[in-house]
Design a protein around this ligand. Structure first.
Ligand code: MCF
Ligand code: FE
Length: 418
């Protein structure tokens, strides 16, 4: 059957383009899952007289939100890992106890998916260490960029680790579809062998999104740049390495892995301006992903948006996993970010709004995050009587607690059809 034309409208529309303007009584016309026109509702009705109409009175129509960094496999986590003893305390507890988190993982993964949709999240960047969530995500309503994550620093296990990764990634490639994009994550500079990472990255072309946890702790910076500090103890204690040395000759050597790749640097909390500048020279497609609550819990501080902006790098916002947060609720993350990030409130509000829509979409290499002709019709509608500025909108979103309606590829997924 031919996909009928449809108009979706609301009292307020925010396209989330660079201007961050607001339109009253606005809407989008949709055909075959894509936006064909954006404008005043009256004009759309005039242009498409036979189109069906979903109108949301006292509603705010915007692009569906995007959570570009989440670990679904760790969704069962409640209080097993240690918070408050620095990143070192957290990582030590993960090494000792992570297996216990995976019991009944499927049920918890389903719940985390439900949370995303209820928050108005249409797309996620899912980091997968084991592949436990691959099938559930592929069959979910979410649009997914699925990052098979590489971990493994031992030289003697290089071949086996490569084969294991290849196996997982091959399975992911079988699920490739318009709503499921296989991608690659290199866990971090301290947990991967350079040659292994190189071989894995050979599988990726320049469009494949590549994610990495980058300079999340001071200990990581010390280890990479000065070959000293807590990570020496980590390798001896947890991995039985007698004379541990870093796998990379400094931060730049690690970044060189990603030359010309579509790169997501997650956290970058202890990245110095020279590191961010270097990251830009390595790839014109470099994005920073910040996870404020995870950073506060594990490393005690937040990324200052001004530091990223000074380097002209775009940043997007994410929840990280339950493994390093209290929940995976993106509206809560926005609320905390808005109140806790240093800097100008209005400026931060605009950046955060784009950081969970247009910029998150660019970071994941998606064709959404913005209400514009030619974009995928991933839309969210929140209850909202009036909003004029990005700050108004963020406050309304966080007050709304959950989405009123959600469309992915033009199809309504919430509330579900009766
Ligand atoms: O982003 C946070 C903190 N930084 C690093 N890793 C993880 C995070 N949440 C979950 N992880 C996982 C990671 O994917 O923890 C394990 C990996 O499976 C650490 S293995 C050294
Ligand atoms: Fe993470």
């Amino acid at each position: 059957m031919k996909d009928a034309l449809k108009i979706i409208g609301a009292s307020t529309l925010i396209p989330c383009d660079a201007s961050c303007g607001v339109l009253e009584e606005g809407g989008v016309a949709i055909s075959k899952g894509q936006i064909v026109e954006v404008g005043k509702l009256a004009d759309l009705k005039h242009h498409y007289p036979s189109a069906s109409l979903d109108f949301y009175k006292h509603g705010l129509l915007m692009p569906a939100l995007i959570n570009p960094h989440i670990h679904f496999e760790f969704s069962a986590h409640r209080d097993t890992f240690v918070y408050g003893k620095g990143f070192e305390g957290w990582l030590a507890s993960v090494m000792q106890k992570r297996e216990s988190i995976f019991a009944n993982a499927q049920r918890h993964i389903q719940r985390a998916i439900h949370t995303q949709l209820q928050n108005g999240v249409g797309s996620v960047g899912a980091i997968s260490s084991y592949g436990l969530e691959r099938e559930i995500l592929a069959h979910s309503d979410l649009r997914v960029v699925f990052f098979d994550e590489l971990i493994g620093s031992a030289p003697h296990a290089l071949e086996q680790n490569f084969k294991d990764f290849q196996h997982r990634h091959t399975l992911s490639l079988q699920y490739k579809s318009p709503t499921f994009t296989p991608a690659i994550a290199i866990h971090s500079p301290y947990s991967v062998h350079k040659e292994l990472a190189r071989r894995v990255l050979e599988m990726a072309d320049t469009h494949t999104p590549i994610s990495t946890h980058f300079l999340e702790s001071l200990a990581e910076l010390e280890w990479l740049e000065h070959k000293q500090g807590w990570f020496g103890h980590f390798f001896q204690e947890f991995l039985g390495v007698t004379n541990p040395v870093p796998g990379f000759e400094g931060v730049e050597d690690f970044l060189n892995l990603f030359a010309k790749k579509h790169l997501l640097l997650v956290h970058a909390l202890f990245a110095q301006p020279k590191h961010l500048e270097y990251a830009k020279t390595i790839s014109a497609q470099t994005h920073i992903i910040t996870c404020p609550r995870s950073n506060r819990l594990l490393s005690g501080q937040l990324l200052d948006p001004a530091r990223v902006q000074e380097c002209n790098l775009p940043y997007a916002l994410a929840t990280d996993g339950n493994s390093s947060n209290l929940d995976v609720n993106l509206l809560e993350e926005l609320r905390h970010a808005l109140f806790a990030l240093p800097g100008d409130l209005e400026r931060n509000a605009q950046d955060l709004l784009l950081g969970c829509t247009a910029r998150a979409s660019e970071a994941l290499g998606l064709n959404s995050g913005c209400l514009q002709v030619g974009k995928d019709a991933d839309l969210a509608i929140f209850s909202c009587k009036r909003a004029h500025t990005p700050l108004d909108i963020l406050l309304k979103l966080t007050q709304a607690k959950k989405v009123r309606a959600l469309y992915i590829q033009g199809k309504r997924v919430l509330p579900p059809a009766p």
